[in-house]
Design a protein around this ligand. Structure first.
Ligand SMILES: Cc1cc2nc3c(=O)[nH]c(=O)nc-3n(C[C@H](O)[C@H](O)[C@H](O)COP(=O)(O)OP(=O)(O)OC[C@H]3O[C@@H](n4cnc5c(N)ncnc54)[C@H](O)[C@@H]3O)c2cc1C
Length: 357
């Protein structure tokens, strides 16, 4: 059996491991011992017990594949290296995704510790009077809505929730109808939105913006940009990294010049919104292409590349949740706001997790 090594067990890596393990000798290497439905993590900030609905151990859903909890430090054209060990591969799938601020994503962690950390954040949230959310992208807006709707329910009305956003409109890359709906929703729930205020530093509980404004907060959440997890490529594949440290891929999601290395999800340079569904869709294409390469090497004299399927980045539908029971479905110019999109987000979570149960 050919050896397939997969780096990262997020949306792309978990999908690939599950779909390749029947026909290949698969090794999944991940810093965490579990798959986590990242979009559901914001709910755990106000409902820490929700964590059990959105996590599953890799060893639970993998029936044949080997799982190793480790951080890959170096990728060479023949093997991957971690903790002084080498794992050779015939095919490599890089699905190492991106880093984000704690508590939303954490490194080198086991399932039980993760739940404990989230519980600690919840305790801090309960005690905090003034909460600051830095960044008004999708994560910042969803988090503000989770906290605001939860506090209303818990009658924690003494709290202030502020979003400090560096630009003059939030939820950029979304249409105006979606932006207006989110703004009305948050304002109605008592969230203060400060536009054109980039937080630059803090002194204890005082956060200072570029314009010199001071914002007092007992608890602050940083909800700004993602960073690619691609450091292990620097030694042997530095030229394949772009200025954002994303790994450059061709239309078939291969590293150019290395037909047996595929890269899926947040870590590659595909020009589109970095989302869970894009990561999973790319993993589908990479898995299909890996099978096609194998079939060709066994039965055909034609160059295998000609039979591969291309991945086309597209604008995909997106659901922005506003608390548990409200949301916005956006697909290009089409917008649908209210209870049903909110329920849809819960359904997506349920449907994703059921694949791994
Ligand atoms: C708070 C938040 C909310 C979000 N909400 C949504 C949403 O509502 N809808 C949506 O579609 N998308 C959402 N996203 C984006 C979505 O989560 C990502 O696009 C998606 O997780 C990318 O999947 P991935 O498989 O590429 O990488 P990831 O999910 O980042 O997984 C990468 C995996 O690789 C592992 N890893 C990294 N480096 C190494 C290494 N060196 N060695 C071994 N393992 C390694 C990590 O431990 C991790 O398990 C959200 C993201 C965040 C942070």
């Amino acid at each position: 059996m050919k050896k397939v090594v997969i780096i990262g067990g997020g949306f792309a890596g978990a999908y690939a491991a599950q779909h390749l393990e029947r026909d290949f000798d698969v090794t999944l290497i991940d810093l965490k011992d579990y798959f986590e439905f990242t979009p559901g993590i914001l709910r755990t900030i106000v409902e820490p017990e929700h964590i059990k609905n959105i996590q599953v151990l890799h060893t639970h859903y993998l029936k044949r594949a080997r799982f190793i909890r480790a951080e890959v430090k170096t990728v060479t054209p023949k093997y991957v290296l971690f903790d002084g060990k080498r794992v050779p591969y015939d095919y490599l799938l890089i699905c190492s995704g991106s880093r984000y601020h704690t508590p939303f994503k954490e490194k080198r962690i086991v399932l039980s510790t993760r739940a404990e950390h989230l519980r600690q954040y919840y305790d801090q949230l309960c005690k905090a009077k003034d909460i600051l959310i830095i960044g008004g992208g999708v994560v910042g807006v969803e988090l503000a809505a989770e906290i605001a709707t939860h506090c209303k329910k818990e009658k924690g009305r003494g709290k202030t929730i502020t979003i400090a956003h560096a630009h003059d409109r939030f939820l950029t890359r979304n249409n105006q109808k979606a932006i207006d709906f989110a703004e009305r929703f948050l304002t109605k729930h008592g969230v203060k939105i400060m536009y054109n205020e980039r937080v630059m530093s803090h002194n204890g509980k005082t956060f200072i913006t570029e314009s010199g404004k001071k914002i007092k907060a007992d608890l602050a959440f940083l909800c700004t940009g993602i960073q690619s997890n691609s450091g292990f490529m620097k030694k042997h594949f530095a030229k394949k990294l772009n200025e954002r440290e994303q790994i450059e891929v061709n239309a078939f999601l291969q590293v150019e010049g290395s037909k047996n290395i595929f890269v899926c999800g947040d870590v590659n340079n595909s020009h589109e919104e970095k989302t869970a569904q894009s990561a999973e869709k790319q993993a589908m294409i990479a898995v299909e292409n890996l099978y096609r390469l194998e079939q060709h090497s066994a039965h055909s004299t034609h160059p295998a590349q000609q039979s591969l399927v291309a991945y086309y980045p597209t604008k995909k539908p997106m659901v922005i949740s506003l608390g548990k029971w409200c949301g916005i479905f956006v697909w290009g110019r089409f917008t649908w706001c209210g209870v049903l999109p909110g329920i849809l987000k819960n359904l997506v979570e349920w449907k994703t997790m059921i694949q791994y149960r």
